[in-house]
Ligand binder design. Sequence first.
Ligand code: UD1
Ligand code: CA
Length: 453
Amino acid sequence: MSLAVVILAAGKGTRMKSALPKVLHEVAGKAMVQHVVDAATSLDAANTVIVYGHGADKVQATVQGEHLQWAEQSEQLGTGHAVAQAMPLVKEDVVLVLYGDVPLIRPETLRDFVQCVDDKTLALMTLTLDDPSGYGRIVRDGQNNVQRIVEQKDASEAELGIPEINTGILACSREFLADCLPKLSSNNAQGEYYLTDVIAMAVQSGLSVETLQPEFAWEVDGVNDRVQLSRLERLYQQSRAEALMRDGVTLRDPARLDIRGSVQIASDVIIDVNVVLEGDVTIEEGVTIGPNCIIRDANIGAGSVVEANSLIDGAIIGEQCTIGPYARLRPGTELANKAKIGNFVETKKSHVGEGSKVNHLTYIGDSQIGKGVNVGAGTITCNYDGANKFQTVMKDGAFIGSNSSLVAPVTIGENATVGAGSTITKDVDDNGLAVARGQQRNVSDWKRPTKKS
Ligand code: UD1
Ligand code: CA
């Protein structure tokens, strides 16, 4: 059976007090509605229709996905009216209704949910809460069969006591939905077309209503304000941290790790406090990450150590490397095995060969560094002339004395030596020495100037 997902995202989100449409506020570095679109994608939905109202330009510019369509709801007349706006774009057999501000619903949960839908069965996601106030309540008969949903504002005293609530998520056949949505009335306490009224219609037309509950309550938590947004963020981070720990990763404090993207972390990795992982990050076995590190779109090879306060962005790091403390690896950095990047070193678009060391206070940009190279403290590759960028090559075994400037394009030969304090503008031969600095002059018994009286 083909599946269409309808995502309701027309609400204004007044309580966010924001110029940004509510569904574009982020959880784990990703817009809420994008989380929902991604869930639809992993269900292999043939069609995803986003019902939008406010901030259409911004939402359309941000959200990415396959088989996306857009339906405008210019006036927010209720959830039933919202789904009706999507229906002309839906041709699939089964329709799943999700919410743009309920971002953390897991695809696993939805897969089971959608599977119980057929011509005779509607699926409804519910939850039992200690405090059900505000939500629609699930009304059941003596045989425990669902009869209808009653909204908080329309509920009787007895109905208000029902602890089982409607999460809003439902799935049913397109045919049934197309048939009953035009029959909805707005004759209720809020004067809205309630999607929830289709439940009673389903029961009347002989469909059975199956209820499912999510494994975690946060999967169906909605966001109305920034306090709820931050709570959801914490719940999400906690669940990711717990999953990592179960897979063999040591987290010094699971509450002080933030993951904003997709990560693969092998066992016996140790992550200290205040670490942020962003984008696509792969960390291999036995790696240690010190406190206060940010790692974005990077691969870190087995046994490497990242010391405190390092920023690694767009880098590929080999095995048994040491990085930091206070290192900044920028995009295009590649470290071969056992390379060492020390404190206050910045690298960009550069390859550092096996066992090479760049230990202190250095900038390495647009460079190819061979094996066993030692780059002294304070070395700068002058890669930019104000208009163009040029390459610096340091061949295997080269030794660069401290405080040298290597003016690119330039090549330092194999096992060549550069004297400290040199400004190198010409290539240095293999095994050669280049010294390019003012000669030292010594004056005996030098008298310092004295203050005039
Ligand atoms: C709805 C349900 C309620 C359920 C609750 C779960 C109805 C009538 N009620 O109530 O049973 O317990 O969700 O959170 O469905 N939206 C539109 N267009 C509209 C109205 C809403 O796109 O015209 C979107 C909103 O942006 C939001 C979602 O639909 O993402 C839910 O709307 P909301 O007004 O929050 O519904 P509730 O009153 O909370
Ligand atoms: Ca709501």
